[in-house]
Design a protein around this ligand. Structure first.
Ligand code: ZN
Length: 193
């Protein structure tokens, strides 16, 4: 039974073996540093770990938004905006477009950067772009059970995958009411704001 999480799986905080020489890792503060790191006492390698980016889109078609029913953990059988971990050698906009294509198979024109959401307790930053769909056709990939256009009053708030998804959707509804679309930074800390 996998443990449910509000977030994409965080990277493990502690590595076991050195990726350079396979010696068991020690965790301590290296000379000249001020944080604990994963160190190899054998070859001297310091294995730094840093937060990871999740990139995605809020695709819009007429007065509807696109949600995908997740086929995989974490949060299988809950609805998400198309998003996933950024890959090496791509930009955030390329990653957002790739994830949208992989999960929903929808043709989009990428709009502006829309929400940037810090989630420090799992070492992740989630970034969403607005996207205009070029048509309603959907062709979801294997990570998606079903992709569907929702009117705003149909959004399944009780069955959304991640807080970054509900935050981004609420931001969009707020902006539709005010008529002003602005990029916004959120922080989903331990103390909610
Ligand atoms: Zn080593």
């Amino acid at each position: 039974m996998s443990q449910e999480t509000e977030f994409y799986f965080p990277a493990p905080r502690l590595q076991k073996f050195c990726s350079q020489c396979a010696t068991a890792i020690t965790r301590r503060i290296p000379p000249g540093d001020n944080r604990e790191r994963d160190l190899c006492e054998q070859c001297g390698a310091v294995h730094y770990q840093n937060p990871r980016l999740v990139v995605g889109t809020l695709p819009v078609w007429q007065n509807k938004v696109l949600l995908c029913l997740r086929a995989i953990e974490p949060r299988a059988n809950t609805w998400t905006l198309p998003a996933g971990f950024m890959e090496l050698a791509e930009t955030i906009s390329q990653g957002a477009e790739r994830e949208t294509q992989e999960e929903a198979g929808v043709r989009i024109e990428l709009g502006g950067l829309y929400t940037v959401i810090d989630i420090p307790q799992v070492d992740q930053v989630h970034v969403y772009f607005l996207a205009q769909a070029l048509g309603p056709e959907l062709d979801p990939g294997p990570e998606t059970i079903e992709a569907r256009w929702y009117t705003l009053d149909e959004i399944p708030w009780d069955n959304l995958a991640f807080k970054s998804v509900s935050t981004t959707l609420k931001h969009y509804i707020h902006d539709l009411e005010s008529g002003l679309f602005a990029t916004r930074h959120y922080s989903l800390g331990i103390t909610q704001n």
